[in-house]
Design a protein around this ligand. Structure first.
Ligand code: SAM
Length: 237
């Protein structure tokens, strides 16, 4: 089998922080991930109660799951990815203090080994821009297959409408083959494969390291200029 693109980045993966502009606005990859994790925890209050089955599709080195648990999330967590190298890093980087690492599974292309309707929540963060456009519909179909009726899908992506994002992505080694996609493309891609109620928010208007400016993100969530966006999709019952 051909090695996955991210196998070669896995050992040193730090979420693209080798880009000097990105380092100017945040000092660790976790700071950027925490913006998404905090948004998710505000939206999914039951995430701290335990009992939900949560999949992070394209989990990479497990950063989103690790940051979520660090912020108090309790759930049955699973991660999957096409890169065995990234999955090995996810297992290696999981802090012993957090208990056993999430269940981790390797994908066969878009396809995962999980049953239909296995998850209450599926997240997919900073993955789709690495999936060639012709293969994205298979990913959307798979995400819909994995969700329970009434399950929630959260798609986090870089926002190509933000000029700084485009500048940074064009100069970051892990994004050499990236093709950015806007919120409309995700929305339409999802709706072509399942029935969802969809809401989008924009995130990361402020550098993630500056904590006292965090409230501004909440006020501007409607403005399509944040560095990130999230498409929140609830699957029809
Ligand atoms: C930039 S990393 C993001 C990792 C993680 N989601 C995060 O937010 O830290 C992109 C990840 O997407 C994975 N990936 C690329 N194509 C994929 C696909 N078709 N299905 C699932 N994962 C894929 C890569 O292997 C890599 O781990």
């Amino acid at each position: 089998m051909k090695p996955a693109e991210f196998d070669s980045h896995a050992a040193h993966y730090d979420g693209g922080l080798d880009n000097p502009i990105k380092r100017l606005v945040g000092s660790s990859a976790d700071q950027f991930i925490a913006v998404k994790a905090r948004w998710l925890l505000r939206r999914e209050l039951r995430l701290t109660a335990g009992g939900l089955a949560v999949l992070d599709y394209g989990c990479g080195a497990g950063d989103l799951l690790r940051v979520l648990v660090g912020l108090g999330a309790r759930a049955a967590f699973t991660g999957c990815d096409v890169s065995t190298g990234m999955l090995a890093e996810a297992a290696k980087r999981w802090p012993a203090a957090f208990g056993p690492a999430p269940a981790l599974a390797v994908q066969d292309g878009a396809r995962t080994p999980f049953a239909d309707g296995q998850f209450d929540i599926v997240t997919i963060s900073a993955v789709l821009h690495h999936v060639p456009p012709a293969e994205r519909q298979a990913v959307y179909r798979e995400l819909g297959r994995l969700l329970k009726p009434d399950g929630r899908l959260y798609v986090f992506e870089h926002n190509p409408r933000n000029p700084l994002v485009r500048y940074v992505i064009a100069r970051t080694p892990i994004d050499a083959n990236a093709i950015l996609l806007d919120e409309k493309e995700v929305r339409h891609g999802l709706l072509d494969s399942a029935r969802y109620d969809i809401v989008s928010n924009y995130l990361m208007f402020m550098p993630p390291g500056i904590t006292f400016l965090r409230g501004i993100d909440r006020l501007l969530a409607w403005l399509p200029l944040g560095a990130q966006y999230v498409v929140a999709a609830r699957k029809g019952a």
